[in-house]
Design a protein around this ligand. Structure first.
Ligand code: GLN
Length: 285
């Protein structure tokens, strides 16, 4: 019986997952080749538990992330292909899209050009392009594997005519200026202890950034102002507790900084806009 096996699988997964019931449902639906919604609505009632289900459970019991087993993860308005070698998009990163939307709404403007540094699966760039349908974007990553996923995601979401992906190291070799720069760099301290599903499966190069986790901000933030159009902004993801340190690096590079919180209440996104020269000291008349 499907329902019995689902209950049993939930108990099995409780030791490795914070969401064992959800995981079991997703894996069973995957094995049945139907959606989780269809499973919950009874579309598979009366069917036998597929043999493939046992292997999927075994992979999850070995801590493999659900998104890698399923080969996809939803982010913002999109479904994205993911797999070994690319960081799985986190809901926290949607804070960057919210921050960017708020920035341009305040200015009653829309970005026409978007640069995503360390694009990975293309999550941030493609989410932004889905919101701003007139915009074009460039995604940079140092990993060919990641770029393969990013390109497949542009095709999957019908955005390959507006999104280009290129191998590179932050802004090196990027010549144009952009209205919006997005970046979720590695920011985990090199000796931090991560859960096995992250540590043993996701790419270390997308996670770790030196003893204090700030190595990549020190390199990339000073490169940003030369790549920003007037009136534009860079929106960076930060780790919980890093706001003050990263904001200091940004101010030293000539930016005004605003923070935006994620759903857990941590400052998660910093919005960097170039400081404009103040007119307030000028004598008028
Ligand atoms: N938020 C991720 C994690 O801790 C880290 C992503 C990153 O370093 N950019 O799992």
């Amino acid at each position: 019986m499907l329902a019995d096996r689902l209950r049993q699988a939930t108990d099995q997964l409780a030791g490795v997952s914070d969401t064992p019931r959800l995981d079991a449902e997703l894996l069973l639906a995957h094995a049945l080749e139907i959606s989780r919604d269809a499973l919950l609505l009874g579309a598979a009632n009366g069917r036998r538990v597929p043999e493939a289900f046992e292997a999927l459970i075994a992979r999850r019991l070995a801590h493999e992330p659900i998104a890698y087993i399923l080969g996809e993860r939803d982010f913002w308005t999109l479904s994205l292909n993911v797999g070994p070698g690319v960081l799985i998009p986190r809901p926290d990163s949607e804070t960057l899209i919210e921050a960017a939307i708020a920035f341009f709404k305040d200015r009653q403007a829309s970005p026409r050009s978007i640069l995503d540094l360390g694009t990975g699966s293309g999550a941030l760039l493609l989410a932004a392009l889905d919101h701003w349908r007139q915009a074009f974007g460039l995604g940079i990553d140092q990993s060919e594997v990641a770029l393969g996923f990013a390109r497949s995601n542009a095709v999957r979401n019908s955005m390959s005519d507006r999104a280009e992906f290129r191998l590179g190291n932050w802004c090196e070799g990027v010549e144009h200026r952009f209205d919006l720069i997005l970046c979720n760099p590695p920011y985990v301290e090199s000796d931090a202890v991560l859960s096995p599903q992250v540590h043993a499966f996701e790419p270390a190069s997308a996670l770790f950034a030196g003893p204090d986790g700030l190595d990549d901000y020190r390199v990339l933030i000073p490169q940003l102002s030369a790549r920003l159009n007037e009136g534009g902004a860079a929106v960076l993801e930060i780790g919980a507790g890093q706001a003050a340190d990263v904001a200091a690096i940004a101010r030293a590079a000539g930016f005004e900084v605003q923070a935006r919180k994620d759903l857990a209440g941590h400052d998660r996104a910093l919005v960097l806009s170039p400081v404009l020269f103040s007119c307030k000291d000028r004598v008028i008349g």
